[in-house]
Design a protein around this ligand. Sequence first.
Ligand SMILES: C[S@@+](CC[C@H](N)C(=O)[O-])C[C@H]1O[C@@H](n2cnc3c(N)ncnc32)[C@H](O)[C@@H]1O
Length: 246
Amino acid sequence: MSGDFSYDKFSSVYEKYTSMVGKVAEADVTAAFLEQYCSGRSALELGIGNGRVAVPLSERGVNVEGIDSSDDMLKLLAKRTNLIKAWRGNIADFSSEQRYDLVYCVYSTFMQLFRREEQITCLRAAAEALDEEGVAVIEVRVPALDGFVGGQKTTTMFVDHENTLVNAEIHDPLNQNLFQTLLWFSGTSVTRFPERLRYIYHQELDTMAECVGLELVERWGDWTRGAFTDDSKRHVSVYRRTRPNP
Ligand SMILES: C[S@@+](CC[C@H](N)C(=O)[O-])C[C@H]1O[C@@H](n2cnc3c(N)ncnc32)[C@H](O)[C@@H]1O
């Protein structure tokens, strides 16, 4: 599995980080979007993390379950609620006895599966975990390959009086991989959070989905159902099954 880059270390700052970059503020609208696909009130989140989205979805009356590879992220979730059943596992290699209305993977977590084969096995497992009318929802960012010079790029992500966040990236085009390290300067110290990702264009995602028996039914540019256009920085893609489970 892609476990070489664990979220255990990042968990200590995850809530602060997601708040700084606007992801906490977005969680309610994300949950409102997802709730519409939960007529039977069941959902499974792949890479549930601290429950940023799962908790507000659960508060809307959906019985949310989740998988995550990081014990420390699961501890953050457990501190927030005891209503969500979550277990340690690899989203590239899971199976579930239960069938769900909705299986979802948000905040580009899908890219953390940095091998093509893992991305396909994740989609296959997601398809198998859906009930007959169920849907899979994947939110993934559009690859941003502009600005690389000699295969590297550095981006300033956030600056305030206390903090400076800089993302340093190396591009491996053969594997569609990005080796990135978030450098978090705070006061007089700096902390490094490395990560390896596989970027994926929406058409490749659709092809992978078709290979595992899923078809695209909707695609949006954000959680408020804004159009997906040339300028979109991400997409929210909704897939349904094309064939019954064995
Ligand atoms: C970007 S965070 C997203 C967390 C949460 N879904 C959210 O939206 O805030 C990615 C999460 O996926 C988990 N993760 C990464 N790779 C994984 C894998 N192969 N299997 C299970 N969880 C994984 C990480 O531990 C982390 O909690």
